[in-house]
Write a protein that binds this ligand. Structure first.
Ligand code: PMP
Length: 466
């Protein structure tokens, strides 16, 4: 039985888009458009490019959702999936195991900082974060500390779309219409130097953040807090690079107070910051757990995971409840096809793409930084191959609020016409291209973005809203 549509369906001229309007619920829809959204069709991908439904070739500026790290249409990855599916497409992870999952776990452990030795595979980032949080709860139950469950998160954070992971989110609008497990979460200030209090140095802002953390732990009581979770660079919050040493300092506070430090590397791992994991190699910290997804398969297969330190496993082995069960498992945990493509993806990264990403990153950042010449741009910031262009109403006050909320989308629309896909975020645009991008392609990307922002400035002036 086909649902009857109560809105006028005029037809887009494209069959797939019309079918989507009738039958598809896209992620992040608005109430009035659920089931009726006609998002742009993407037909093909190749390297750093995608082709839209109208046959236009676009640079994939956000690499999908920060995930197509080795680029589109990599035959090696397609073949790895095909070969594995022909050999073994599934096994029940409860009773049996497969070779690719074990081999991948060993290689991930070799790249991970400190004593992170074991991997629990999930279906993506949200389920990885959910697994980390449930693991913390289980760990404290088994250790006989059932009161130690609160989670410290931060403004600007994005950790997922399952109930508990979404409860940690701290971006504007994430929670306007959505419920969450608020009793379990305490939010701290976003470590965003661009939005630090006027007149405060970045160093003083870092002290402020660390003091706030220490005071929160003191005020609540460490015996009630189970974990602190942080993206090393907040991604969807607008590529927020924290002040230097902030992560090291809060890591020490976690250690001193017996809080588990969960580093959410769903975006920052697998080359985005030039290394397989950024926590150790970029920020010099050894978390208790790392969550990953996206770039682990360059987005070719939905796979994520949680890395856990040997110390936590040892604590559990020695706890008073060795029979306690971590009652948590996903049908697709340790999926052989996902792990096989991840192994091949890791070969590509180790075989030159990580080196390339490290070498090209300064050029990428420097070229984008030139956009600060445009009066609408308040700041261009970033690290590695992730960057954000933040637009402001007024460069003196950096006020983003009086601005029309759709500035990011307006820039995106202009850039789309010109051959570039960008990821709009309210008054910001995020860029995180495939890691294989060349200097010439970076030049093309920045030229289009400059033109897209210039056209947006003209629109805003014409409308008298800027
Ligand atoms: N953590 C971070 C840091 C993310 O950026 C995301 C997704 N953008 C997630 C978790 C959730 O991952 P997924 O969408 O794969 O569930």
């Amino acid at each position: 039985m086909v649902a009857v549509l109560d809105f006028e369906d005029t037809g887009s001229g494209d069959e797939a888009v019309d079918l989507a309007r009738r039958h598809l619920i896209q992620p992040w829809p608005t109430a009035g458009a659920i089931g009726a959204e006609a998002r742009g069709l993407i037909g093909e991908g190749d390297g750093i490019y995608i082709t839209d439904g109208k046959g236009r070739r676009l640079i994939d500026g956000p690499a999908g959702m920060w995930c197509i790290n080795v680029g589109h249409r990599r035959e090696e990855l397609a073949r790895a999936m095909y070969d594995q599916a022909m050999q073994l497409s599934y096994n029940t992870p409860w009773y049996t195991m497969n070779e690719p999952s074990a081999m991948l776990a060993q290689r991930l452990a070799a790249h991970a900082p400190g004593d992170l030795s074991h991997v629990f595979y999930t279906t993506g980032g949200s389920t990885a974060v959910e697994t980390a949080l449930r693991f913390m709860q289980f760990y404290n139950n088994a250790r006989g500390q059932p009161e130690k469950k609160l989670i410290l998160s931060r403004g600007g954070a994005y950790h997922g779309s399952t109930y508990l992971s979404a409860s940690l989110n701290g971006r504007p609008r994430d929670r306007d219409w959505m419920d969450g497990a608020d009793g379990l979460v305490v939010k701290l200030t976003a470590p965003n130097p661009f939005r630090r209090p006027a007149g405060m140095s970045v160093e003083a802002f870092c002290d402020f953040l660390v003091d706030e953390f220490r005071d929160a732990v003191r005020g609540i009581g460490a015996e009630k807090i189970g974990a602190f979770i942080a993206e090393p660079v907040q991604a969807s919050g607008g590529v927020i690079v924290p002040p230097e040493n902030y992560l090291k300092r809060v890591r020490e506070l976690c250690r001193a107070n017996d809080l588990l430090f969960i580093s959410d590397e769903v975006v920052t791992a697998f080359g985005r910051l030039g290394h397989v994991f950024a926590s150790g190699d970029v920020f010099g910290i050894e978390p208790d757990m790392i969550t990953f997804a996206k770039g682990v398969t360059s987005g070719y297969f939905p796979l994520g995971g949680l890395m856990v330190s040997e110390r936590l496993l040892e604590d559990l082995r020695r706890s008073n409840h060795p029979d306690a069960m971590f009652a948590h498992g996903l049908t697709y945990s340790s999926h052989p096809v996902g792990c096989a493509v991840a192994l091949k993806n890791l070969d590509l990264l180790e075989g030159g793409i990580l080196d390339h990403a490290r070498k090209i990153a300064p050029y990428f950042q420097a070229r984008l930084k030139t956009l600060e010449e445009l009066p609408l741009v308040g700041e261009v910031r970033g690290m590695g191959l992730m960057a954000c262009v933040e637009c402001v109403a007024d460069r003196e006050s950096n006020d983003p609020l009086q601005l029309d909320r759709q500035v990011g989308s307006r820039i995106d629309a202009h850039c789309h016409e010109l051959g570039l896909l960008v990821r709009p975020l309210i008054n910001m645009c995020v860029m995180s291209p495939p890691l294989i991008i060349t200097k010439d392609e970076i030049d093309d990307m920045v030229t289009i973005l400059r033109e897209g922002i210039s056209r947006t400035m003209e629109d805003l002036r014409r409308e008298g809203v800027w």
